[in-house]
Design a protein around this ligand. Structure first.
Ligand code: SF4
Length: 164
């Protein structure tokens, strides 16, 4: 897997202060995508042990709520293996930190991925320019759902994340 950036103390991509990994590769090609530079699966640099260490250094901090995986699409078929291993490792090292994941796929397409149990919140669906709403919390367009993964897996229904 390759990535473009690791951003720190991010307040815009999930609850609280977060470290964000921006991976390479996206097949959805949404009009007015916020990050088209990441579409090419071969762009960016290798996600290696140094990159992981940079993320763990952030997760070691008490005030960091967790990690957000974005891009690009972390669930691009070429990323799934590495993302699965990585989220499993994060949950075992940092059980109290949350993992958010942004994908252009729909929940119904990805809910059976074996590592979904390690994700706390999944924001699903393509960005649709006509449904853009800057007041919509945590997502760019109102078709996208901010999903509480554990509750959704438990009930087999889509349960939206409620941060109140
Ligand atoms: S899914 Fe996200 S990264 Fe991919 S094209 Fe759409 S907005 Fe861009």
């Amino acid at each position: 897997m390759k990535f473009h950036n690791i951003t720190k103390d991010d307040m815009l991509n999930g609850e609280g202060l977060r470290v964000v990994l921006w991976v390479s590769g996206c097949t959805h090609h949404c009009k007015d995508c916020h990050n088209p530079i990441t579409w090419d699966i071969d762009s960016g640099v290798d996600f290696d042990e140094n990159a992981k260490a940079e993320i763990f250094e952030q997760l070691d901090k008490d005030y960091i709520n967790g990690i957000t995986l974005s891009g690009g699409d972390p669930l691009h078929p070429c990323n799934i293996w590495d993302i699965g291993n990585f989220v499993e490792e994060i949950k075992s090292k940092y059980p109290n930190k949350t993992i958010w994941l942004y994908t252009g796929f729909l929940w119904e397409e990805v809910r059976r991925l074996p590592f979904m149990q390690y994700i706390d919140v999944l924001v699903d669906g393509k960005f649709i320019l006509e449904l853009k709403n800057v007041k919509y919390h945590w997502a760019g367009s109102t078709n996208q759902r901010v999903i509480d993964v554990k509750k959704s897996l438990d009930t087999s229904e889509v349960v939206l994340y409620d941060n109140k």
